[in-house]
Design a protein around this ligand. Structure first.
Ligand SMILES: Cc1cc2nc3c(=O)[nH]c(=O)nc-3n(C[C@H](O)[C@H](O)[C@H](O)COP(=O)(O)OP(=O)(O)OC[C@H]3O[C@@H](n4cnc5c(N)ncnc54)[C@H](O)[C@@H]3O)c2cc1C
Length: 373
């Protein structure tokens, strides 16, 4: 039986970012069911930071990490965590009201985000069909992220503080005895007064093992294709282009177009794979909105974005059992919010309030609490 102060279940971006901060003053062991951390959602994102996407609390959490992502401490990484980018929301004629509403919602926190003309948008991304485009707004502060560098930085931080990650350690049983959780895995038994549930799409499954109420987490499949257009050259400096109603998006990375149908199909937690119909849909959307001809795919993949009802991540102690802490529901924002969420989770787990910079953006502990659900 190995013991520590905090046992974290799941070594994706949620578990490792929380563990990085928690391990500074406490003993921490992370249990990961796969052979490598990051095998599931964290390793499958499209790696973007924008202040123009998601509920207000999510945008505030992301914003609290901007300085860290653009100028990280040298102790965290020796490579850049991000490169400047842009995030362009576009609309057809029939979507202009929706574009206006989306812009209005995000300008309160991020006044730099503003409307640009369709001509300016087409100049930024020359493959956009001018007759498709009726309106656009740009987040000029968006970033393209190096997810591996961010994730590895959290893991290095955790280890340098004496924390440990145990892989191939799927948690199959959780029992509360004498003020401690006893956790069963193929790597042996572990015990701690607090378990942190950072199991991504499996977070409700872990809660059921512990006999606590679930949070109504819904894992949703999202598909990505990687393609090099047959007829035009693409450029890494182009902003990501997203349809304002999230019907599709694309980003150029290392000379390759990453396109997504922005699908949100609810599925049980699993090692999810792409479906032909979603691939066909995004190819059609890209060829309708742009002049890119797509003849073959380099590859395609899918990942699970897991949401609770209000789309805001969950961090806080379960109200109905002792020592069970939620760190889940990162949805489509877990990488960009990891600096904010990691610090918030670690603070709440030890009984502190949220960090002052997060509170300054108007986020309170109750906004993240599982009790709101
Ligand atoms: C296509 C796509 C694009 C995205 N794009 C972006 C983006 O541009 N920007 C952004 O910020 N976010 C993006 N996201 C979202 C982001 O990737 C997720 O929010 C984030 O990775 C979730 O991290 P996590 O640690 O909660 O989950 P995961 O990375 O899935 O980690 C959970 C871990 O728990 C482990 N686990 C589960 N059950 C057990 C158990 N019983 N025992 C032990 N271990 C267990 C799993 O093996 C897994 O490794 C995207 C997601 C997808 C799918």
């Amino acid at each position: 039986m190995r013991e520590c102060d905090f046992l974290i279940i799941g070594a994706g971006i949620a578990g490792t970012s929380c563990g990085n901060w928690l391990s500074r003053d406490h003993s921490v062991i992370l249990l990961e069911m796969e052979a490598h951390p990051g095998y599931h959602t964290t390793g499958r994102s499209v790696a973007v930071y924008t202040e123009a996407y998601g509920p207000r609390t999510v945008r505030a959490l992301a914003k609290s990490g901007f300085s860290f992502l653009t100028a990280p401490p040298s102790s965290f990484t020796d490579v850049a965590l991000s490169r400047p980018f842009g995030f362009l929301f576009i609309a057809r004629e029939d979507q202009l009201a929706s574009l206006d509403a989306a812009l209005g919602a995000v300008q309160e926190l991020s006044p730099d985000i503003s409307m640009i003309s369709p001509d300016e948008a087409a100049a930024k991304v020359p493959v956009l069909r001018r007759d498709y485009l009726a309106g656009a707004f740009l987040d000029p502060n968006a970033l393209s992220l190096d997810v591996n560098a961010i994730h590895q930085g959290y893991i290095r931080g955790l280890k340098s503080h004496g924390g440990e990650i145990v892989c191939n350690a799927a948690v199959s049983e959780l029992t509360r005895k004498n003020g401690k959780w006893h956790v069963t895995t193929p790597q042996g038994e572990f015990a701690a007064p607090v378990v942190i549930n950072a199991a991504g799409a499996w977070a409700d499954v872990v809660a059921e093992m512990a006999g606590t109420g679930t949070i109504g987490l819904v894992p949703k499949r999202r598909t990505v294709i990687a393609t090099i257009p047959a007829n035009v050259a693409v450029d890494d400096s182009w902003p990501l282009v997203m349809d304002t109603d999230e019907e599709f998006y694309f980003k150029v990375d290392a000379g390759t177009v990453l396109g997504s149908p922005a699908d949100e199909t609810p599925v049980p937690p699993q090692d999810v794979q792409p479906e032909e119909i979603d691939i066909a849909y995004v190819v059609d959307k890209l060829q309708t909105a742009t002049t890119m001809e797509i003849r073959r795919l380099q590859r395609s993949w899918a990942g699970l974005r897991s949401f609770v009802a209000d789309g805001v991540p969950v961090a806080g102690y379960a109200p109905d059992v002792d020592g069970f802490f939620w760190c889940a529901g990162q949805g489509g924002y877990g990488i960009e919010t990891s600096y904010g969420m990691g610090r918030c989770s670690a603070a709440l787990a030890v009984g502190d309030d949220l960090p002052a910079d997060v509170r300054a953006f108007g986020v309170a502990a109750g906004d993240l609490s599982p009790e709101r659900l």
